[in-house]
Ligand binder design. Structure first.
Ligand code: AGP
Length: 369
């Protein structure tokens, strides 16, 4: 097992460090030197695309969080309505799914029982099913009409990291592909986005290089009883993923909420020293986030902000600690902002002496409903 960990203390740490390569491997076969997208796995004509009146994404846990990011990207790029459903809820509410639905089932393992059941339900109702999965030949890949493989390589740690990032990248590619096909973006606009996607591996590496700073932060904060993650827009999705990561491996209670919802209840829980992780990467929501950060700081919270480098100095005025990510397009920040949160969850769990790769009560793939 030590050899398999390649010198890292845990699989999770190794897998976080494999993220630049995982993103590159997922992107490279699908984009060419002129930044054109080649999606062999989803060969649709414009007419076939127009036949769909919506997209439904089904998934569980971290894969569902990737779906939320995907919804934002597809709606922004291709202007097609997307709903994201927790796979375990999907079948029990007579869903609006028919032959005009493109259903995307996201699953690292391709074996999650609820996601498979949702896929079957959608197929039975006539939907066209595309899956995004990391395991070749998995059950979900065998039952879907089309398969988009993420090339993250085997993910051993229960806490999903590199698979998440590649799912997000897969959904970016699908969103851009659909946008060009539908004509909501020009080839040139798509090429600009693809060029930016190609920079993500290097940018993820730059964040991984800051791991010492994040470890020091975790070593100071690991005794928290409860942690809150806040964000607006797509930052809210990253907040959810950061919160899930922390709770599943460190066993600290944590919650993610849309920052605007704070004053509708959750702010009552803040005490002197409560840790609040604030995501502030969205340009158009930036001022609103700064005021949320001030709001929680005024109630005694210890605020750790995640923002893009150019804004670090300004954000520092409303936070106790600022973790930076390299500048990127608004839609792509989830692929970067999640990395400091993964590292924070990891080092917090290590500081608490938890079994990082095999947290209690959890299985790598949940094959029962
Ligand atoms: C992530 O860290 C979790 N362990 C879990 O939420 C996982 O993402 C979920 O069970 C879905 O698994 P899948 O992607 O293999 O379907």
């Amino acid at each position: 097992e030590a050899a398999e960990k390649g010198g890292y203390q845990h699989f999770m740490l190794k897998e976080m460090h494999e993220q630049p390569k995982a993103v590159k491997d997922t992107l490279s076969p699908r984009v060419d030197d002129e930044n054109r997208i080649l999606l062999d796995e989803l060969r649709l004509t414009g007419e076939e695309l127009n036949h769909f009146n919506k997209i439904t994404i089904v998934a569980c846990g971290t894969a569902m969080h990737a779906g939320l990011v995907g919804k934002h990207a597809i709606e922004t790029f291709a202007r097609i309505p997307v709903e994201v459903e927790i796979a375990s809820e999907f079948r029990y509410r007579d869903p609006f799914v028919d032959e005009r639905t493109l259903l995307i089932a996201v699953s690292q393992s391709g074996e999650t029982a609820d996601t498979l059941a949702a896929l079957r339900e959608a197929k039975a109702r006539g939907a066209h099913v595309l899956t995004i999965t990391n395991v070749v030949g998995s059950r979900i890949s065998r039952e879907a009409h089309d398969v988009f493989y993420t090339w993250a390589g085997p993910e051993i740690a229960v806490a999903s990291t590199k698979a998440y990032i590649t799912q997000v990248v897969a959904l970016y590619l699908i969103g851009l592909y659909l946008a060009e096909l539908k004509g909501t973006m020009t080839r040139q606009q798509v090429a600009e986005k693809v060029a930016e996607l190609k920079t993500l591996p290097e940018k993820i590496q730059q964040i991984l290089d800051q791991q010492k700073t994040i470890q020091e932060l975790a070593n100071k904060q690991f005794n928290q009883q409860s942690v809150f993650f806040i964000g607006r827009g797509i930052d809210d999705h990253t907040a959810k993923e950061g919160s899930l990561k922390l709770k599943e491996i460190s066993y600290i209670h944590s919650e993610a909420i849309a920052a605007g919802e704070l004053k509708h209840g959750t702010i009552a829980l803040l005490e002197e020293g409560t840790l609040v992780v604030a995501l502030a990467t969205q340009e158009q929501l930036y001022d609103k986030m700064l005021s949320n950060m001030k709001e929680v700081k005024a109630r005694g919270a210890y605020v750790v902000a995640v923002t893009e480098e150019p804004r670090a100095a300004e954000v520092a005025l409303s936070a106790d600690v600022v973790l930076t990510i390299p500048d990127t397009h608004n839609e792509f920040t989830p692929a970067l902002a999640v990395v400091p949160l993964q590292l924070f969850a990891y080092y917090t769990a290590v500081a608490r002496g938890a079994d990082v790769d095999k947290p209690k009560n959890l299985a790598k793939s949940v094959t029962v409903e």
